[in-house]
Design a protein around this ligand. Sequence first.
Ligand SMILES: *[C@@H]1O[C@H](CO)[C@@H](O)[C@H](O)[C@H]1NC(C)=O
Ligand SMILES: *[C@@H]1O[C@H](CO)[C@@H](O)[C@H](O)[C@H]1NC(C)=O
Ligand SMILES: *[C@@H]1O[C@H](CO)[C@@H](O)[C@H](O)[C@H]1NC(C)=O
Ligand SMILES: *[C@@H]1O[C@H](CO)[C@@H](O)[C@H](O)[C@H]1NC(C)=O
Length: 376
Amino acid sequence: MMSRHSKLRLALFRLSLTFSLIVTSQAQTQEDPPPAAATKACQILNETLPGLVFFPGATNYASDNFHYAATSTQNSTCTVEPLTNEDVSAILKIVGQEDVRSPFAVKGGGHTSNVGHSSTTGVMISLVKFDQITANDPSTTVTLGPAATWDQVYAKLEPLNLTVVGGRIPGVGVGVVYDRPVEQPPAVFGEILSLPLTRNTTKARTLTDLTLGASQSPQTGYTQHIIPTLHYTVPIMRAMKTQVDAAVAKAIAEERSIATIAMSCEPYINDFAHSVDSAYPHSPSRPVTPGHPTSFYNDVADRDYFEQLIQEMSGAIHVVVIQEGQGLPDDIHYPNYALADTLVELIYGENLPRLREIKERADPTDVMGLSGGFKI
Ligand SMILES: *[C@@H]1O[C@H](CO)[C@@H](O)[C@H](O)[C@H]1NC(C)=O
Ligand SMILES: *[C@@H]1O[C@H](CO)[C@@H](O)[C@H](O)[C@H]1NC(C)=O
Ligand SMILES: *[C@@H]1O[C@H](CO)[C@@H](O)[C@H](O)[C@H]1NC(C)=O
Ligand SMILES: *[C@@H]1O[C@H](CO)[C@@H](O)[C@H](O)[C@H]1NC(C)=O
């Protein structure tokens, strides 16, 4: 079932997690001139790490700033490509030093849809050189660098008869690794196979085949959000269709550059089942899955408009999810999809006090506050 106005996507694989930082500062708008602090930081970086710093006009500058969507792309003052952990440490010391304090961003795969999360007008730290994919011995885990993309990981591991479960579309950077698949009851596939479909691509396939079959052309405008949901009941699905239709009609009536508004259900089974002691995922006792509203549009200037439209649409659907007993107002919002102004309490939930305590200890001068992401 797929149309311009409504799209139901049944995803069997856990979604991609882009590399994102857990702290933030205000996103700069694209029109801002380079901050003086960034100019100073870039000059010091260029002297300290010769050959690793790139300026406008350089090929590496363009690829370092490139993002999947133009709406989450910014022109940094310079980019820097660290080769080692020591380089990363040196860079953070420079951007954070008292007489510099330059805004910066860190980019892995560049798939985030929130401007300012892995884009900046300051210093772009591109992790492009951290792209290692190593199967460990014994081969029960793999070590991945944050700039490796899931499609590269699958292609490299498949000849070894190994895989990991990660993102399902090409170009998405590695942030989190799951070391084993969640077992699915066979009945699940039976139910899915019996659905009436307008297009049937069901088959046993390798992760490489699945990933490379997914579309991933760069987009102009892309804005998404998350509606945490336990189970997708019929009234919830009806509310989704009503809200998508209404949002499309509104954007057309208000002459915005709409291409598509869609709503996907991602009914994972035993979501959070393999949760470990970390910032995310969360307790298996509350296994919400990501209901996923998305919008594509053709004018970067419409970003705020579509953020608000998706926000309102999500709020209206979430009300029905709660009425149906399939959600709570404070359910965890999947950070990979959440709009930038989502309350950080809804991102990290009960883990937040501990994250704040760690941050206090590890980053007393708030260097990471110069970067983007959800602020702890
Ligand atoms: C960066 O440093 C190189 C020398 O390593 C120099 O040639 C270049 O002009 C510097 N770029 C800027 C923008 O300062
Ligand atoms: C970045 O700079 C290039 C070259 O000046 C320009 O074409 C592009 O529109 C700028 N992008 C943004 C997001 O400001
Ligand atoms: C992977 O599995 C295939 C089929 O069982 C086998 O022929 C091949 O030797 C295996 N490759 C490795 C590297 O173990
Ligand atoms: C879709 O294709 C699969 C595999 O070819 C088949 O088992 C299934 O019955 C098909 N489903 C529909 C609804 O045609």
